[in-house]
Design a protein around this ligand. Sequence first.
Ligand code: PEP
Ligand code: MN
Length: 352
Amino acid sequence: MIIELFQPILDENKHQVIHFLNGLETSLKFEYKVVYNKPLIIIYSKDIGLEVVNLLKDRFPEIKKITVFPKDYKLVSNTWKQEKTSFLVDDIEIGGDLITTIAGPCSIESEEQIFSTAKFLASIGVKFIRGGAYKPRTSPYSFQGLKEEGLKLIRQAADQYHLKVVTEVMDTTLIDEVSKYADILQVGSRNMQNFFFLSELGKTRKPIMLKRGMYSKIEEWLLAAEYLLSGGNEKIILCERGIRTFDDIVRNTMDITAIPLIKSISHLPIFSDPSHGTGNRDLVAPVYLASIAAGADGLLVEVHPNPIEALSDGKQSLNLEQFENLTLKANQIAKVMDRQMDTEKYLSIIHS
Ligand code: PEP
Ligand code: MN
């Protein structure tokens, strides 16, 4: 339950409401928080039934609104906020009319690699480049990323070609450093339930793309996003990236259903990552297109000038030409769905 009080909120009123709630049943634990910069919203940890809601409303004229939630997640739900969340990254809108494309290599490997990718992406109208500088690798012997040197390179390449940077932040100690170079912070699948980390990220005001944990249920994912929103960060993107199932013929099982499902219960933009979702270059294009048909607000895809030589995730990376061809098809699928890709305008000019 969320209780919203009229502003300006007097401490006295706040305490009266809390006192009243405390008196109801001592075993109920509650907390109050400031979210969305609306002073005092009480997030009561348990819903307390309609009679009490009515009692509260009658007794406290300073209560503006009480929202009762059927599930644990609250601020991410469309019970709380009906209008879709959209926000600007500089001048580029996420979650708006256009479907966002984020593309680039799994890892930033060299100046030559990231600059040639950036140049190509800009040439087909993509606005966001991705690339990891701090890489979460299963083996400590695998390439771990170029770290701050990589962040500098992707920032320089992005600035030269007027792109925005999406890159992963792996740990609380790196939030400040990565935030200096990134426009959107990616939280990786392996960190989705790192709750202390999420709380720290909730305090920042950088846009965050929260990937689904590879073992996580949708509700757990939404609750992870709830950590970010309850910290006051409203610029959140959810990104489906496939989950582990019994079937190991593919790296992950892409949960396309999550896309329309999230749209039916949450106001947050939902992106799709068919690269990690499939782990196989040949499967990326069909799942990319299916994601658009399923209603994705954006796509994240691994693209490399020479995938065979990639230092990570080469098997699931498209080369530049494959990506351009896919983008052309994506524009058509988006049209059928009454939407438009961010690259559409640009590509229709260069291909006319
Ligand atoms: C990535 O985007 O390169 C990545 C490591 O993603 P995930 O956290 O989904 O595995
Ligand atoms: Mn990767």
